[in-house]
Write a protein that binds this ligand. Structure first.
Ligand SMILES: [Zn+2]
Length: 300
């Protein structure tokens, strides 16, 4: 059975006027249950993880400053969320969701988190709505438990996975791949092991052909034992922040290409949702729902 991490805190209310679309974290599971893609049995509730897994990735000074809400004002502003105990708790619970999803992926081939993809979190600072890097934490968790050694992170959110790239820059056991909009945030990009920056307005055909080739090489050369997939849907043409121009169908095809490879090579994969900022919330939910629909169709 497909296992999906979800906790009510994922949809934490933000102060009035804040435009981050938190509501999608609640609408998506509702949609999946409503249409019959999932039942409540597919979902599990993560909880607060042991701090040791979080400081295996993040600088303890930064981590405990975050916990004690003592991040300096200038740095806190870069995160973009008003720092609160609940938001930090939310971030820790999301990381737990990803670690537990990793365990389910090892058993079932795939598992997901209805949140996460917090790839702008660096080892010692947060940025752009990201405080703790859930998939980096998942990768270190698997390695510390000796459940996987060679890991591949496939980050297809429209924004570069700059935090992830920094965390693993000197670590050959975790290969970081980011395909993103060249003109998108972050404007000063880090170096992943493989970066593909796509020009403004890139459409389905070009996107999918570049991705297909990249995946062929990566699976052959990296020989991962475990894959993390960051399936942000801010690559859609309708996205307010993204500079790429994929259709809903193209975005679904992208997910299919990644999952197909994982299946073909029998590599377990954990998926975290990442961004999605189309003005129409239905578009965001539909694009994310496609990833979950595909997982059900292809694996179960
Ligand atoms: Zn994004």
């Amino acid at each position: 059975m497909l296992k999906i991490a979800y906790h009510p805190i994922y949809n934490h209310p933000l102060p009035q006027g804040h435009r981050f679309p938190m509501i999608k974290y609640e609408l998506l599971p509702q949609q999946l249950i409503y249409e019959g893609t999932c039942t409540s049995d597919n979902f599990f509730e993560p909880c607060l993880p042991n701090d040791k897994y979080l400081v295996a990735v993040h600088d303890p000074v930064y981590y405990y400053d975050l916990l004690n809400l003592k991040i300096p004002y200038k740095e806190a502003r870069k995160i973009g969320f008003p720092l609160s105990e609940q938001l930090v708790e939310r971030e820790r619970i999301i990381a737990d969701g990803t670690m537990k999803a990793c365990e389910f992926s090892l058993k079932k081939g795939i598992a997901m988190n209805i949140a996460g993809g917090t790839h702008h979190a660096f080892s010692s600072r947060g940025e752009a709505f990201c405080m703790l890097n859930d998939q980096a934490i998942g990768a270190r968790y698997l390695q510390s438990k000796k459940l996987a050694d060679q890991i591949l992170i496939i980050d297809l959110d429209v924004h570069q996975g700059n935090g992830t790239a920094e965390i693993f820059k000197d670590d050959p056991s975790v290969f970081t791949f980011s395909m993103h909009g060249a003109n998108n945030y972050p404007f000063k990009k880090e170096s992943s092991d493989l970066d593909i920056a796509l020009k403004k307005g890139t459409t389905d055909l070009e996107y999918l052909s570049v991705l297909k080739d990249a995946l062929t090489n990566l699976f052959r050369e990296v020989r991962p034992e475990f894959v993390f997939y960051l399936c942000g849907v801010d690559i859609l043409e309708t996205d307010k922040l993204g500079t790429l121009s994929l259709s809903l169908e193209g975005c679904k095809k992208r997910d299919e290409l990644v999952l197909e490879r994982c299946l073909q090579y029998q590599i377990p994969v954990q998926c975290s949702m990442g961004g999605g900022y189309s003005s129409d919330i239905k578009k965001i939910v539909e694009a994310h729902a496609n990833t979950f629909r595909l997982a059900q169709q292809m694996y179960f």
